[in-house]
Each structure stands twice: as C-alpha cells, then as structure tokens.
Design a protein around this ligand. Structure first.
Ligand code: AMP
Length: 221
C-alpha cells in the first residue's frame, strides 16, 4: 500500500481536513508545514521570527527554511511507516530538494477546487486551535456558534484568512504551487523506480465524499 503521500492543492482545497481523516484511517502522521510554522511563530523561535511576516502577508516562506524543517521531521521514528505531507512541497525547488534528498514519495494527490469556491471556503473558515479541527460558518458549522464541538473552546479565524490575504495566497498558489501537478505527472510519465504515482481529483464535493474517494484511492494501491 502507498503510505508516503503528498496532498497538493490550493489553500482551502481541503488538504488539512482530509489529512486529519486519513491519518487516523491509515495510522500515519500528518505533516503540515503550515501548522509547524504557526507553532514556531507562537513560540517565538528563530524560525517563527523569520516566517511570521511572510505568512501574515500570504507569501511563502523561503524554500530553505522549509526544506530543512521537513527533512528533520520525516527522519523521526513515527514516519518510518509513512506520512502524509499537507502543504509541502509548495514550489518546484522544494520538490527538487526532496527528490535530491531521496525522500521517496509513493503517491501524490492533487485536490482541485476553483478559485471562487476557495474564496468562499476560506472566508468562512474557523479553527479549533488545540486540535486543528476545521469548521465553516455555512458548510460545516459547529453545534454552537463560535465554539468547538468537543471541548466547547472558542474557535479562531486564521490571520491569513482575511480577504486581501486570501487573494494574495491564491495568486501565490497559481504561480508557485500549481506547476507541481505538471512536475509530478511528467515525472510519472517518464517512470522510474522513484517516481510517485500522480492522481488528480475534483475537490468540490462534500468532505465526506472526498474522504471516501481518497480512502479508496489509497487502499487500492
Ligand atoms: P498553510 O497552513 O498550509 O496554508 O500555510 C500557511 C502559511 O505558511 C503559508 O501561506 C506560507 O506562508 C507558509 N507555508 C506553509 N507551508 C509552506 C511551504 N511548503 N513553503 C513555503 N511556505 C509555506
């Protein structure tokens, strides 16, 4: 079975939501570079200080910072049976660096969602910080407005989910990250032992439907 998996897609395409389901189904860790960076910003570490302004303005943090962070993370023991990368790679140089470091990936899944839907999703997104649970004011509201279903703690809005920042993140996505779909599909077509399988799916359905589809794709391999 494929266990080293990359989820590609725009911010708000559903990578985080799906990764939280899949990590339990397949018992592999979710590696979210966005979450790792947010923790670093909160802790005020060197990495956090370097990353903060980029993140708040909707830009990507410099490649080398992220590459080092991920290389250290996938080397940890809990990644021995696989992992789910959510939010990495996000640029061609990041993908190339992974290839060079021989971090072999089995399966790359692109989740495609049109911009208009992304904008709607991100502007209604609410987060339970401690668990990473993701809600939406309209499409996946909590039982009590503004509060997490399980703990009753308040939900937050991510700083970078502000309207202008959403537009900037989408622009960055189209410029820097979208080309990765081509990168992986053409690598697959020149197939070598290391080339991951590439699958692209429509991410506009309900999160349950997408989850069922992804579980099927992964189990089938
Ligand atoms: P995310 O939670 O995945 O949307 O990431 C939030 C922010 O963290 C992004 O807008 C970037 O500023 C930064 N970030 C996360 N992952 C990466 C990455 N692989 N490369 C560069 N910047 C990243």
């Amino acid at each position: 079975m494929f266990m080293k998996i990359i989820l590609l897609g725009a911010p708000g395409a559903g990578k985080g939501t799906q990764a939280t389901f899949l990590k339990e189904t397949f018992n592999i860790p979710q590696i979210s570079t966005g979450d790792m960076l947010r923790s670093a910003v909160e802790a005020g570490s060197d990495l956090g200080k370097k990353a903060k302004a980029f993140m708040e303005s909707g830009q990507l943090v410099p490649d080398q910072l992220i590459i080092d962070l991920v290389a250290l993370r996938v080397d940890q023991a809990d990644c021995d049976n696989g992992f789910l990368l959510d939010g990495f790679p996000r640029t061609i140089p990041q993908a190339e660096a992974m290839k060079e470091a021989k971090i072999n990936i089995d399966l790359v899944i692109e989740i495609k969602v049109p911009d208009q839907i992304i904008i709607e999703r991100l502007s209604g997104r609410r987060i339970h910080k401690a668990s990473g649970r993701i809600y939406h004011t309209k499409y996946n509201p909590p039982k009590i407005e503004g509060l997490d279903d399980e703990t009753g703690e308040p939900l937050i809005i991510r700083v970078d989910d502000a309207k202008e920042t959403i537009m900037k993140r989408l622009e960055t996505y189209h410029q820097e990250t979208e080309p990765l779909a081509k990168f992986y599909s053409s690598w697959e077509s020149h197939s070598s032992i290391e080339s991951p399988k590439f699958v692209s799916i429509d991410g506009t359905g309900s999160s349950n439907d997408i989850n069922a589809l992804l579980s099927k794709i992964i189990s089938k391999q």
